[in-house]
Ligand binder design. Structure first.
Ligand SMILES: Cc1cc2nc3c(=O)[nH]c(=O)nc-3n(C[C@H](O)[C@H](O)[C@H](O)COP(=O)(O)O)c2cc1C
Length: 167
């Protein structure tokens, strides 16, 4: 027996998916809209609301780094998801360490065990976000990274969400 569920709350019952810290230029934004779109030609898409400063930056830069946070970085993830970089340096504010990326013009977050450098190859407007599809140019990973230590997201918006550990 199944009952009907409110369409606008589907995010509450959908399986959890990862949350990432994305660097664009000198800024950091927390994103849950992140998805692999192709494995053979490795392409990852990120969805960014056009009100966000990162949207404007990405339109200009056309490059981004996906940094995969661990559960220890939950406070930094929340900070970068609740404060705009328009008038704030999120690296200084959070104490996260920046290291120059190698292929593109942005920063790797040292505390994140995985950093994926991407260059935008396509953009699409879907709902209230623009999706930027990036070709993976370079991946950096620590030897001891543990994918079970990822932060997972469930919810329906940036205001109404839960973050949980995978393990
Ligand atoms: C857990 C979480 C997930 C988020 N996911 C997204 C997302 O996928 N896309 C988006 O545009 N904003 C998302 N946000 C909101 C932005 O991170 C937030 O608006 C941020 O302050 C924008 O920063 P900026 O103005 O420096 O770009 C999320 C926020 C949180 C807390």
């Amino acid at each position: 027996m199944k009952s009907e569920y409110p369409i606008d709350q589907t995010g509450e019952i959908f399986p959890h998916f990862p949350v990432v810290l994305t660097t664009i230029g000198d800024n950091i934004i927390t994103l849950e809209f992140v998805q692999f779109f192709s494995f053979e030609s490795p392409i990852i898409g990120i969805g960014i609301n056009s009100d966000n400063y990162s949207h404007q930056l990405l339109k200009e830069e056309k490059e981004f780094v996906i940094n995969i946070p661990t559960t220890e970085l939950i406070d930094e993830v929340k900070f970068c998801g609740n404060n705009s970089g328009r008038n704030l340096d999120k690296f200084s504010a959070t104490g996260l360490t920046s290291k120059p990326s190698e292929i593109i013009n942005s920063w790797l977050i040292e505390e994140c065990p995985i950093n994926i450098e991407c260059r935008v190859i396509q953009e699409e407007r879907i709902g209230n976000c623009d999706w930027f599809f990036g070709e993976i140019m370079k991946v950096h990973v620590t030897e001891d990274h543990n994918r079970l230590n990822a932060l997972l997201y469930s919810g329906n918006s940036a205001q109404d969400f839960k973050l949980r550990e995978l393990k």
